[in-house]
Design a protein around this ligand. Structure first.
Ligand code: G4P
Length: 576
């Protein structure tokens, strides 16, 4: 069951002969063009679970979505997906869902809700090619939406907006557009426009096709897919769907949009500067299908960006024959009797084949990938092959770390996935001094797994501070240190809320010296897991003050990548 590692040279690329190579190239192009890999980002309660379920419903991956009467039936369907977890005692949750829609292979990466909000959430965004930002029409941009949006912005990926709950009386859509621009600094471009809201929300007007799509609720309360009736705006059929009030409002809004709105510009969308915007109600399926279809057409497939650089060769892209990818999430076995973990491997190029050997550059070893798991929405099964954009679950006996690459043929390394600034910090110790070594071992392993970030006061010998973005991370940490390492920790709250990584400013030759670096009242100079200098601050005022005082330095909200970890990649701070 476990993957095997043997010290070897990197495996040779699979195809041999020009014909096989040409065939593979064609196949790779086709498969990559079909892939869409995205995360849905939202604040809790905006309707992410509901929308995800509806996308699976329209994708044919489930047959009943979960509102009211169907909820129980849907739960059964959900538990069926967990077959592999049951067999192996590993909880992989529904972290990744794959389904086929038309010609597209869709991979949805789940970002956990607020209870579980953790760095995992950020790292999941690092494995997506674009994001769907879900907004509650009545609430607008909420704090967690903004946090996740910032991660998308950092990576420069396209963000699509879906305004949900239009069946309730919400805010004026024009006001929502304005709010997104003001809070997030991103312009929006409505691809469709709601035909009224609340009880009078009957559908959406597609600005490209000039078609009015009107829905009527069925008896299943949104549990089954519904089709829209469509008619051209201004036609008697379309007029028949709308009240006079709805018609007048639509006409006025469209006029304003045409004058003041941004035109759809794929280049600006690709840079994350312009967000195509859609309206609907996930609960009763209004507008879900128009959104899904337009989104799949517009969303990027994974071949845009060079994913990594090899030993001085051509940059690797999604259609390069060599396999490459990186681990963005490691999920520990919830069953303490099994130490196995699942590493979530995002493929960035080439073809993944079950049982293949892949090169693990960090360890300098070849790894046999025997039991890869695919995350099909309908079932979890062992997969035979996968392509760029897909996520594969690899059994991990402790050989993977977040950000690790696997490749075939080339000794390349990704720049990794940055650490994001924690917002909560705790002092950590064990009551029994004899268990200190064990505590350090546990902290080291758990931080490699990405469960927690570990720091140490600059002047201390051993890690003594842990950082997280959600309190649940501390609960899990305490539980696992107790059960798996036999050293239940004592955690004490610390006043810091921000961590900043210190790097020389562009063009500066400044060298960090903890004795002369000015951090101000209440801040602490520390080191991260990789011995990089960080400052822990109680508030953003402290960060600004320190920036002013230390002109030769930059204070980064994410850990600097690779250059400092000795990897081969060159550009960007993204995970790719
Ligand atoms: P989340 O994953 O983002 O946290 O949200 P979730 O889908 O669980 O939805 C949160 C609540 O919002 C649920 O109601 C859900 O039914 C409701 N909701 C989702 N989409 C829509 C929509 O388009 N219109 C309206 N009116 N409501 C929507 P709940 O009462 O908290 O739960 P439940 O009893 O329905 O399960």
């Amino acid at each position: 069951m476990n993957d095997e590692t043997t010290p070897e040279t990197p495996p040779a690329p699979a195809p041999s002969g020009p014909r096989a190579a040409a065939q593979l190239e064609r196949r790779l192009k086709e498969e990559v063009a079909r892939r869409r890999t995205f995360a849905i980002i939202s604040h809790p309660d905006a309707g992410k679970t509901t929308l995800t379920e509806k996308l699976l419903l329209y994708g044919g991956a489930i047959h009943l979505a979960g509102s009211v009467k169907a909820r129980r039936a849907a739960r059964h369907a959900t538990s069926d997906w967990m077959e592999i977890e049951k067999q192996r005692g590993i909880s992989v949750t529904t972290a990744v869902m794959q389904f086929v829609y038309g010609d597209h292979v869709v991979n949805i990466l789940d970002t956990p809700g607020h209870q579980d909000f953790s760095e995992d959430t950020y790292r999941t965004v690092a494995a997506a090619d674009c994001a769907v930002m879900l907004i509650d029409a009545a609430k607008g941009v909420e704090p967690q939406t903004e946090k996740l949006f910032r991660v998308c912005q950092l990576r420069g990926i396209p963000v699509f907006t879906f305004v949900n709950k239009m069946d309730r009386h919400g805010r004026d859509p024009l006001e929502l557009m304005e709010e997104i621009e003001r809070h997030l600094g991103m312009r929006t471009c409505p691809m469709n426009w709601p035909i009224f809201d609340g009880f009078e929300f009957v559908g959406v007007y597609d600005r490209q096709t000039r078609l009015v799509h009107v829905f009527s609720a069925d008896q299943t309360h949104g549990a089954t897919a519904i089709e829209a009736q469509s008619a051209e705006l201004g036609s008697p059929e379309a007029d028949a769907f709308m009240t006079e009030r709805a018609k007048a409002r639509l006409a006025a809004d469209l006029e304003l949009l045409d004058i003041a709105g941004d035109a759809y510009d794929p280049a600006r969308v690709a840079e994350g500067k312009l967000s195509p915007m859609f309206f609907g109600s996930a609960l009763n399926n209004f507008g879900v299908k128009p959104f899904l279809e337009a989104f799949l057409e517009m969303a990027p497939h994974p071949d845009k960006v060079p994913v990594a650089e090899g030993d001085g060769d051509e940059p690797i892209t999604a259609i390069s024959p060599e396999l490459s990818g990186f681990v963005f999430k490691i999920q520990a076995n919830m069953d303490a009797a099994h130490r196995d973990r699942i590493a979530f491997f995002r493929i960035t190029s080439g073809r993944f084949v079950k049982g293949m050997d892949a090169w693990h550059p960090r360890l300098g070893k070849s790894v046999r990938l025997k039991n890869p798991t695919a995350f099909m929405a309908r079932e979890r099964s062992t997969i035979d092959e996968a392509y760029a954009g897909d996520i594969v679950g690899l059994f991990d006996t402790g050989i993977f770390r977040i950000g690790d690459a696997l490749t075939s043929g080339k000794n390349l390394q990704f720049k990794g996935i940055p650490h994001f600034s924690p917002e909560l910090f705790r002092k950590i110790r064990v009551a029994d001094p004899l268990r200190r070594k064990k505590l350090i071992e546990g902290l080291t392993q758990l931080s490699e797994e990405g469960a927690i970030q570990v720091f140490r006061d600059w002047w201390q010998e051993a890690p003594d501070i842990v950082g997280a973005v959600g309190t649940l991370q501390f609960d899990v940490l305490a539980h696992r240190l107790g059960t798996e390492y036999g050293c239940p920790p004592i955690l004490t709250q610390l006043p810091y809320t921000l961590c900043r990584w210190v790097v020389p400013a562009e063009g500066s030759k400044a060298v960090f010296d903890p004795k002369t670096f000015k951090v101000g009242q209440g801040a602490l100079i520390a080191k991260d897991r990789d011995e990089h200098a960080v400052i822990l601050f109680p508030n953003s005022w402290g960060v600004n003050w320190a920036k002013e005082q230390n002109k030769g330095f930059e204070l980064l909200p994410v850990s600097p990548l690779a250059e400092h970890a000795g990897s081969l990649g060159k550009s960007g701070r993204s995970g790719r």
